[in-house]
Design a protein around this ligand. Structure first.
Ligand code: HEM
Length: 472
């Protein structure tokens, strides 16, 4: 039976080791049949239900979707990202999502996204890694991926390369702002709203940093947006490009949604955040896992080499999604990475009407529900006794094809109407980068410290991934 946990007990267990917060939550959920209720304290008064139970998740995210918006608390927590899709609910969310889907399913985006991948791989990653190999540098691969993914997101939204990934890894204010905002978003999730709002009023600690991050992200997004808008009207504009700013200026988009300056700016800002950290985090855990599991790395390398032999070296960047889809084992290894280390470790919804979850838990209006994505991949009852092992083979059928994913037990991209619209873009980018790097470079981990996830809204490696690289 689910136990009601007093908040003081939980905080005292978790605070000394915040980095293990997702692990502790997974353990608690495993002990409590995958769902438990945290009764509201005298301070917060709001009950919180934690769940990673597939029928509950399906109910909340799909069947009874309209009863579980993100709610005003999430809009406040993510206020740095302004008016865009992921801070809105109900009609406003529906309006924006229609346009977002039109953009993400537009054929021109797929072409443009391939061009973006080629640019960030050839100009950014290869240049940096060649230099690092030549100089024998020890560096943080996670930082390199973050920079590269920020450059990719910036081209995708505004047509312009931010050039965060450069030899020398210079300080990048936009990247630092994304990290600062991310840290504070996490603190806002675990602290009572009254406390962080009071900190904001005093202008101290994380809230002070949030204010700085907000200003930087607004300035950067506005600058790129304005530059892009003036380019679009110029005769030398590349007609092939289909970045989000350009898309937002099309007649049909204008007609279906009132496109204000602020909405475009916030969309740029939101996609910089949504597309950067997620994909960089997937790549960082993926490389750590394959470096720790040489058998898997070898199988991926063989699959790529086999492909290259058959295609006489053509398409060796694998930017074309159809070509990438032929790398089945690589796909399985990336999904296996996201099962164990989902870049977004949890999401939150708030009920509007009374309801009963499939597990039998009563939900009163204004109950917060934490959808524990990190925990779900670690449930023996869902993934079997070997659930903590990194085994890409679990995604493969006996015939060697991919086993279809059950959307309520693999939630790395969410599920239901709010599923990540950038899923294909992000997944193809992660695969393209992995397929380009693995046959050309070998990495050696240079730190013996145990690797653990950061206590953050995105599941970074807490101390990065410190490596040395060699050319093969
Ligand atoms: C491998 C990389 C990625 C992962 C793991 C990922 C994961 C997620 C997750 C878990 C959600 C929340 C779904 C929910 O509410 O339950 C989400 C939402 C979202 N993602 Fe992604 N994402 C990735 C890449 C991207 C990219 C590249 C973009 C844009 C270029 C993007 C744009 C968005 C947006 C706009 C939302 C909000 C959707 C809404 O609220 O309706 N994501 N993503």
């Amino acid at each position: 039976h689910p136990r009601d946990w007093p908040i003081v007990g939980i905080l005292s267990v978790w605070f000394p080791s915040l980095g293990h917060i997702y692990e502790k939550l997974a353990e608690s959920l495993a002990r409590n049949d995958r769902t438990f209720i945290l009764k509201g304290s005298w301070f917060s008064k709001q009950d919180v239900i934690f769940t990673c139970d597939p029928p509950n998740l399906h109910h909340i995210m799909s069947t009874n979707f309209s009863n579980y918006p993100k709610g005003p608390l999430m809009s406040s927590i993510f206020d740095v990202y302004g008016e865009m899709l992921f801070t809105t609910d109900h009609d406003e969310w529906r309006r924006q999502r229609r346009v977002t889907n039109a953009y993400f399913y537009d054929k021109r985006l797929s072409q443009f996204s391939q061009k973006v991948n080629k640019e960030i791989i050839e100009e950014g990653l290869f240049t940096f890694l060649d230099h690092a190999a030549k100089e024998g540098l020890v560096f943080d691969l996670q930082d390199v991926f973050q920079r590269s993914m920020l450059d990719a997101s910036c081209i995708l939204t505004t047509g312009q390369n931010h050039h965060s990934l450069q030899v020398g890894l210079p300080h990048d204010a936009a990247l630092e702002a994304i990290n600062m905002a991310n840290d504070q978003i996490f603190m806002r999730h675990i602290l009572p709203q009254k406390i962080w709002k009071f900190q904001r009023w005093l202008g101290i600690w994380g809230e002070k940093k949030m204010k700085i991050a907000w200003r930087i992200l607004d300035d950067v997004s506005k600058e790129y947006m304005n530059r892009r808008k003036s380019e679009i009207s110029s005769p030398i504009e590349d007609k092939e490009d289909m970045d989000a700013v350009k898309f937002s200026q099309e007649d049909r988009v204008w007609k279906s949604i009132e496109v204000t300056e602020n909405l475009v700016r916030d969309t740029v800002k939101g996609i910089l955040f949504a597309g950067t950290d997620t994909t960089a985090t997937v790549l960082s855990w993926f490389f750590w896992l394959i470096l720790e599991n040489p058998r898997v790395e070898q199988k991926i390398r063989e699959e790529i080499e086999q492909y290259l032999k058959q295609n006489s070296g053509e398409n060796n960047l694998f930017t074309n999604p159809e070509e990438l889809n032929k790398l089945i084992y690589l796909h399985a290894a990336i999904y296996e990475t996201m099962r164990l280390y989902p870049a977004v470790p949890f999401q939150s919804r708030t009920s509007t009407q009374p309801d009963v979850l499939p597990s039998g838990h009563q939900v009163s209006p204004n109950t917060r529900i934490v959808l524990a994505y990190y925990a779900i991949g670690r449930m023996k009852s869902i993934w079997g006794e070997d659930c903590l092992e990194f085994k890409p083979e679990r995604w493969l059928s006996d015939k060697g094809g991919l086993i279809p994913v059950q959307s309520n037990k693999f939630l790395a991209f969410g599920s239901g109407p709010r599923i990540c619209p950038g899923k294909e873009v992000g997944l193809n980018r992660a695969k393209a980068v992995a397929a380009a790097i693995i046959p050309k470079y070998s990495f050696k981990i240079m730190r013996n410290k145990p690797v653990m996830p950061a206590a953050c809204a995105t599941l970074y490696l807490k101390d990065g991934l410190i490596v040395r690289v060699n050319k093969i």
